[in-house]
Design a protein around this ligand. Structure first.
Ligand code: HEC
Length: 177
């Protein structure tokens, strides 16, 4: 009887181990390779790339955690409430030094966007976000919401950060680097 109980105990232990191990790779257990596309239309490549770019990468997480609170997940902002859109923003998608400067040191109005007067204040994020996070979030902003500007690198952010290190107040549009 004692022997049987011991066997039962080991059996339960083994079962538990298998459950725990499979729990680590639940997706792997249930992945059906039949779901993988067998043939890819070469003309669909552009749409796929755009979707991948829109999917965001690491910058999307930073955007969702910080920027979306004001500029919204859609990047449309709330112009009536002094928050400009990032979708179609010339500043966000132009020379990368300007949006880098904005995220590092902030921006204050007045500005005019799409015929709407905006007089808001965006705070500096230089102490909360490192060079890589700023590069990631701007790379996301520049490729999401219908925007189509190139990526920003951590080296570019580092250079602007060093160059503007003595700045202590937000930029106005005219003062941007
Ligand atoms: C607390 C609200 C708030 C948050 C959070 C915020 N912003 Fe802003 N942002 C603003 C406001 C307000 C302005 C416009 C200020 C003004 O009136 O000039 C602005 C302006 C901008 C602009 C210039 C857009 C243009 O076309 O003029 C960019 C680019 C930008 N923000 C990027 C970001 C990014 C990237 C993040 C996240 C790291 C972020 N903002 C987080 C409020 C915010």
């Amino acid at each position: 009887m004692q022997f049987f109980t011991k066997r039962l105990g080991i059996g339960i232990l083994a079962l538990g181990l298998v459950t725990v191990l499979s729990g680590c790779n639940v997706r792997g257990l249930f992945t059906s390779y039949g779901d993988d596309p067998v043939w890819v239309d070469p003309n669909a490549a552009t749409a796929t790339d755009a979707a991948a770019a829109d999917a965001g990468g690491p910058g999307k997480a930073v955007y969702g955690r910080i920027c979306a609170a004001c500029h919204l997940g859609s990047g449309k902002g709330v112009p009536g409430n002094n928050i400009p859109p990032l979708a179609g923003s010339a500043l966000a998608t132009g020379d990368a030094r300007k949006p880098i400067g904005i995220v590092l040191h902030g921006l204050r109005g007045p500005i005019e966007r799409n015929g709407v007067q905006i007089n808001g204040q965006m705070a500096a994020w230089k102490d909360q976000l490192d060079d890589q996070q700023i590069a990631d979030v701007l790379t996301y902003v520049r490729s999401a919401f219908g925007n189509a500007a190139g990526p920003v690198t951590a080296d570019e952010v580092k250079a602007v950060r060093e160059e503007t290190a003595s700045r202590t107040v937000q930029y106005t549009e005219a003062e941007l680097p």
